[in-house]
Write a new protein. Structure first.
Lengths: 416, 196
């Protein structure tokens, strides 16, 4: 009955209560939305590479190695000799090794040399495998596979020839040996979308006539001669490793880190990604703080409007008192109203954030490669909502206490 | 009946009787219970159980239905609640007895006319048959004809419930209908505040 009366009381003040609820609902929407995007961004970030147990390369910082090999950001690390790769691949713990070689570019996009196994082994967002939007993996020496962004931004089609540039941001092109686009990858939301992938041998072939940073004088080696050559690379940038059993990851990591022939370092991509996110994710704290402030502001608004309504509700309090209600009843009524407002606002907020997410999700996915999960509100969202409602109830204690005092002082003798 | 001009302390006396205001000194006893000795929560409970109150006007929660208004005191008075088998039916019965349209039960109390509101207040005071009905100038907001009809209904129902009625008024003409009429000026002496 008290609940029914509280609802009726709220409905009687529909306009102010409605506006208050709306402001809380919008603030909850903002907070939950920020949370959703934050979690989505983190998951997307940490899902950049998966299914790979270790990445090893020349000894450097783990974040540097990760940035370079996975995000293709930053300066290249030293190379790893082919022999080392072979040694690692020969370890009994190792299931597969996919070497990668970086260093060239195509316009603003990095070129990555690797083996065909890359397309089978690479995983992102947990268990997602690479799919081709058109075409297939490279099978000729001068085949190239391009990421979705490369195709979209440069307007490339399957079968089109492209010329790679030597180094990064350089004007020297490998124009003698154009590559043919054999396939275009479907969008992954990872840096692969902005990568041109060729075979290690193809990468080796276009560098046959190069020495150090410059082209060897004389005419270029003809294609036929290149195809006859042994194009096994001398060295690669890094390699992705899968183990037979996850139990052996650390054992293998120790072995690689202690490798005698050259200084190597192996990192666990998941761990390194989390480390990196802690740096990148600092902005998220600011974002959360701001949206939390918005929620607090909305709750303040509710408290203020409750305070404002107290005077016109003195008569009502007197009626409660006259019929046996204690001052505590009145305090309880005000808190109950605040909780009701909080619950309604939270429900609206949750509905709204899901509706908005549902509406803009395709846009976010295609623009940022960020796939935001929409599901039933999780434990964390319920926690947030509970905190909002609880804070609202706490805040209502202030006007509630005032009403308590007023009803003690007024008794039944309010003449309005 | 308690007769007195406005400002003569009638309302304060009623507050004392209802246990909402405590005396600075001395005791207040209602139906043999020293209410000034009770703890605040027990006093609220005692008020809910023993006293049905009717104010001059604005008796009802305007946003609540008539039925909820009538049933309100039962929420705080288990003994009164226990005396009523089916609260809703009892509320409907009281409405009929007080000449209120039964359809009014589901309506918002704020929509009723002042006269109807006063009768709803009486129904609320009577439900669960508390031993004492306190009415603070219940007719002053009504016009003369409605007053008589209202008082007729009030008396009939108070008698039916078997309660005592304590009514405050400034209108001596109503005195004929009461067993006892007290002038407040004869029982209340204005007290100059102690200066020391």
């Amino acid at each position: 009955m008290i609940l029914r009366l509280a609802i009726a009381s709220l409905r009687a003040r529909a306009l102010t209560v409605g506006l208050t609820i709306l402001s809380i609902a919008l603030s909850v929407t903002l907070f939950l939305g920020v949370e959703k995007i934050r979690i989505g961004a983190q998951q997307s970030f940490e899902g950049t590479i998966s299914g790979t147990d270790l990445i090893f390369g020349a000894r450097a910082g783990s974040v540097q190695l990760l940035l370079h090999t996975v995000f293709r950001i930053g300066t290249p690390t030293n190379n790893v000799t082919w022999e080392s790769v072979q040694d690692v691949a020969a370890r009994p713990e190792v299931a597969w090794v996919v070497p990668i070689s970086l260093g060239d570019s195509h316009f603003q996009f990095r070129v990555m040399g690797t083996t065909a196994a890359f397309f089978d082994r690479f995983r992102y967002r947990g268990t997602q495998t690479l799919r081709f939007a058109s075409g297939q993996a490279f099978d000729d020496l001068f085949d190239a596979v391009i990421g979705a962004d490369v195709a979209a931004e440069l307007g490339y089609q399957e079968g089109q020839p492209i010329v790679l540039s030597h180094g990064i941001a350089s004007f020297v092109a490998h124009e003698d040996w154009p590559f043919r686009i054999s396939g275009i990858l479907a969008r992954t939301g990872t840096p692969l979308d902005r990568t041109v992938i060729v075979s290690l041998e193809g990468l080796e072939a276009i560098h046959v006539d190069w020495q150090g940073g410059g082209r060897r004088p004389g005419s270029p080696t003809p294609k036929a001669a290149l195809r006859a050559m042994d194009l096994t690379p001398q060295s690669v940038t890094a390699a992705l490793v899968g183990v037979e059993s996850r139990l052996h990851i650390f054992q293998l990591q120790r072995w690689i880190n202690g490798y005698r022939q050259e200084p190597l370092m192996a990192i666990l991509p998941g761990v390194a990604l989390s480390e990196l996110w802690q740096i990148v994710g600092l902005a998220e704290i600011a974002l959360r703080a701001v949206s939390a402030m918005v929620v607090i502001t909305a709750l303040f608004g509710m408290t203020a409007s409750t305070f404002a309504s107290l005077n016109e509700r003195r008569r009502e309090m007197a009626i409660w008192r006259a019929n046996g209600g204690s001052p505590g009843t009145i305090l309880g009524l005000l808190v109950l109203e605040a909780v009701l407002m909080g619950v309604i606002a939270s429900l609206i907020g949750i509905a709204l954030v899901h509706a908005v997410l549902f509406a803009i999700r395709p846009l976010i996915d295609s623009t940022f490669g960020l796939w935001l999960p929409i599901g039933w509100p999780g434990a964390q969202e319920l926690m947030i909502v509970a905190v909002v409602i609880g804070t609202g109830a706490l805040a209502s204690l202030l006007p509630g206490w005032r009403a308590y005092r007023m009803s003690l002082a007024d008794g039944m003798m309010v003449r309005t | 009946m308690l007769l007195g001009q406005s400002g003569s302390g009638k309302s304060t006396l009623l507050s004392l009787i209802c246990g909402i205001v405590l005396p600075d000194s001395g005791d207040v006893a209602v139906i043999g219970q020293k209410i000034s000795a009770l703890r605040p929560s027990a006093r609220d409970r005692f008020r809910a159980e023993t006293i049905g109150l009717v104010f001059q006007q604005f008796n009802l929660l305007p946003y609540a239905s008539v039925a909820d208004n009538i049933l309100l005191p039962l929420r705080f008075a288990p003994a009164r609640r226990a005396r009523v088998d089916d609260p809703l039916r009892e509320a409907a019965r009281l409405c009929r007895a007080l000449d209120l349209p039964e359809a009014a039960l589901g309506q918002s109390a704020g929509r009723l006319s002042v006269g109807q509101q006063q009768r709803v207040a009486v129904a609320r005071a009577l439900i669960g048959a508390p031993p004492l009905i306190v009415a603070d100038e219940p007719t002053s907001a009504l016009d003369a004809e409605t007053q008589t009809a209202f008082l007729d209904l009030l008396f009939a129902q108070v008698r039916a419930v078997g309660a005592s009625l304590l009514m405050v008024s400034h209108d001596p003409r109503l005195g004929a209908r009461f067993d006892r009429v007290l002038q407040i000026s004869t029982i209340v002496r204005p007290l100059s505040r102690p200066t020391s």
